[in-house]
Design a binder for this molecule. Structure first.
Ligand SMILES: NC(=O)c1ccc[n+]([C@@H]2O[C@H](COP(=O)([O-])OP(=O)(O)OC[C@H]3O[C@@H](n4cnc5c(N)ncnc54)[C@H](OP(=O)(O)O)[C@@H]3O)[C@@H](O)[C@H]2O)c1
Length: 322
């Protein structure tokens, strides 16, 4: 495993973080279908055995259930992983999600997260989305207070634009941003990555496997068999036409992956980590075998020539997907 320092913090993160969205389980708007908690805990423990030293979760995942499962997985461990969680997304009783960044809510969410996780301090506390936009300063001021009180070590954001970061950085330093990034979503290369590199703000990217699509394990038949409450059924990237374009891209990348003896999942993550301005990729897993495979991706390094060839192939296919 490789480790990189997160921006201006003292946190040294493994270049692969464990993502816990899917293990939140059923019963809300962005669920991934039913999930066995024992399997989730086994996956988290296996991730730690593989050298992963940090976990990303959020209060909203499974209405708090993801944080509870993380809390159970780390309880009693001598060497606890670093914990990053997020606030600012709320659920109404029917499981629908909306944004709320009012100070009282942020404080209440932080207290609930600490309790569910069974910890005294959150290593990295992030605003999940800049929604509603007009309240980002209010939420950030409250998070700065939580830092002063010792309940949070470092404050970060997620899905923030450069403009959003500039607005709040004056109030309290932004340690990290968490945007989406994968071979299918490369928008952050234009502005976010150069800006964060220049400002020494850590970049921890999410959905590096495009929710599983870049593992090559998806077909229209598999999508049709996903549980009713797996939100991927309604994601346009999981449509027949999109899967067919992604499969064509993966087929073209295959000879390069074979040269390095990599699976598609490892290849997709290695492609991200080849960019050293990215601190870590948050990889989701629902069982130990998945994280066993993906955690080794940090060990591969592409040559500059291969990277250029890979990017040409991706560019051609991404244009078709747009
Ligand atoms: N800040 C934000 O707004 C935000 C948004 C999204 C995600 N995140 C964070 O980033 C994390 C990762 O993103 P993600 O969960 O969206 O997706 P991801 O990491 O791109 O994909 C994870 C999914 O891929 C499948 N998978 C993983 N390893 C595999 C393997 N070796 N072989 C085959 N399939 C495999 C699993 O799904 P199946 O087995 O079910 O197919 C797994 O749940 C999240 O868990 C969360 O912590 C944050």
């Amino acid at each position: 495993m490789q480790y990189r320092v997160l921006g201006a913090s003292s946190l040294r993160l493994s270049t692969i973080g464990f993502g816990t969205w899917a293990i939140g389980g059923s019963g809300w708007q962005y669920a991934w279908g039913p999930q066995d908690d024992h399997e989730s805990i086994a996956a988290i423990r296996h991730a730690l055995d593989c050298g992963i030293n940090w976990i990303d979760t959020a209060a909203v995942y499974g209405k708090g259930h993801s944080e509870e499962v993380v809390g159970r997985a780390i309880r009693g461990l001598k060497d606890k992983p670093l914990i990053a969680t997020k606030c600012g997304r709320h659920l109404v009783s029917d499981g629908t999600v909306y944004g709320c960044l009012k100070r009282d809510n942020i404080r209440c969410e932080a207290e609930n997260s600490l309790r569910r996780l069974g910890i005294d301090v959150i290593d990295l506390y992030q605003i999940h989305w800049p929604i509603p936009e007009e309240d980002i300063e209010e939420a950030w001021e409250e998070i700065a207070k939580l830092v002063d009180e010792g309940k949070v070590r470092y404050a970060g954001v997620s899905n923030f634009s450069v403009r959003h970061i500039e607005r709040i950085n004056k109030i309290h330093p932004v340690i990290s941003n968490q945007p989406p990034y994968s071979m299918l979503h490369r928008d952050i290369e234009i502005e976010i990555i150069p800006y964060c590199a220049a400002q020494n703000i850590g970049v921890i990217v999410y959905s590096p496997l495009a929710k599983g699509l870049l593992t090559g394990a998806f077909s229209p038949e598999r999508v049709a068999l996903l549980p009713e409450d797996d939100h991927r059924r309604n994601d346009m990237l999981f449509s027949e036409i999109s899967i067919s374009s992604i499969s064509a891209m993966l087929a073209e990348l295959r000879p390069i992956a074979e040269r390095y003896n990599m699976t598609y999942a490892q290849f997709s993550i290695a492609w991200i980590l080849n960019r050293h301005t990215i601190t870590s990729a948050i990889v989701g897993a629902r069982k130990p075998s998945q994280i066993e495979e993906t955690s080794s991706a940090a060990e591969y390094e592409f040559t500059a020539h291969d990277m250029a060839e890979i990017n040409q192939i991706i560019d051609r296919h991404i244009n078709v997907l747009k």
